[in-house]
Design a protein around this ligand. Sequence first.
Ligand code: KE4
Length: 441
Amino acid sequence: MPEQTLRSVVDSESAFQKARQLMPGGVSSPVRAFKAVGGTPLFIREAEGCYIQDIDGNQYIDYVCSYGPMIVGHANERVVAALSKAIGRGTSFGAPTESETQLAQILVGALPGLEMVRFVNSGTEAAMSAIRLARAATGRDLVVKCIGCYHGHVDGLLVEAGSGALTLGTPSSPGIPKSITGNTLLAPFNDLEGARKLFEQHGKNIACFVVEPVAGNMGVVPPAAGYLQGLRDLCDQYGTLLLFDEVMTGFRVAWGGAQVRYGVLPDITCLGKVIGGGLPCAAYGGSRKIMELVSPAGPVYQAGTLSGNPLAMAGGIATLEVLQEGGCYEAMERRGAMLAEGLIDGAQSAGVPLALNRVGSMLTPFFTKTAHAVTNFAEATSSDTAAYATFFHAMLDNGVYLAPSQYEAMFVGTAHTDAVIEKTIKAAEKAFAAVRAAQER
Ligand code: KE4
């Protein structure tokens, strides 16, 4: 990778100008607009492996990875070959294909909590459909979500939500009637006592408890020891369904996902991101008993023109086949640890308070003021977001592309080699020095 020279962003600036005339904020998803970190969002021309290139010709090591899907690297040759083959046979039929069955087979084989799945086109759609299913299966209306967790922009879950909603200060969006959010109860993530109290008060009316088993949308916050099992026990006690939103953790933190890594089985699982390999693909699934309530097998209606489309299936199958090759998860775990260690050491040497959380190949450096551990939403949001912004831009200047928000994750994939991790750590040393200098001003 060429040594980073002073970056020109002239072409991105003019592209952004044009885009803002035609699309709200000039983007197709809010977090991309750089609002939380300032500056001009980079318009991307192309990407390959772990590198991404903007339209001004600047190249960066990419840790956004499209917010998770690009786990086997951009333009992975196996994925490109599979898509090229599929595209020549037609892109969408509105009819069943064997590729859906093939991907469903892989998912059911990998996740112990799945006997059946239904494909949809986004994590939001998966969460929305799973909530409807949980309500139908239990005959109850209430849903519990954790403060700071994000499950897409479905009305009932856009309450105290994380990710872009948190980043942009709209965790509870306007435009959602109280009649809908009135059925949503909030629990602090990692607070089993708080969950217990909610169940004592509302337990028999709670349809499901939806949670990211590893929070990734307040930054990465791992489940406290016993937390997931505690939720499992409470759900069993009150006849509530446990819903793991594994859109980010699915095939990220382990083959299968967090339910494999932590050995706690949900009743319903949402998947997305990695299972489409960069194409629009998501899914929700569970036991046969629950899933056969979904239309046309059962009465719970849910549909989608492009659900299970052959391109997304081909992208997902090829991506998961690459991940099934021996050693992928061990390599990503090792390099995730290497990166984490390098960032912690870099911050320490620069005298910058930092708390870093990592689960496998997803991690977040929190610019906490007192370097306290980050175990929940309150601690995550006490971070110095101005310091993160300084770090973000200094990393860009040194050829590394992070998420433009303190409340996202860095993703290490199979294309991030040891040499790339070492380059990243060197870039971070300069970026921490910039943070320290800014803090001293
Ligand atoms: P989508 O509707 O964006 O495909 O998925 C929503 C979703 C659901 N569940 C979890 C755990 C998620 O992380 C997401 C989406 N993640 C964000 C990034 N943290 C997507 C990035 C964006 O909003 O642009």
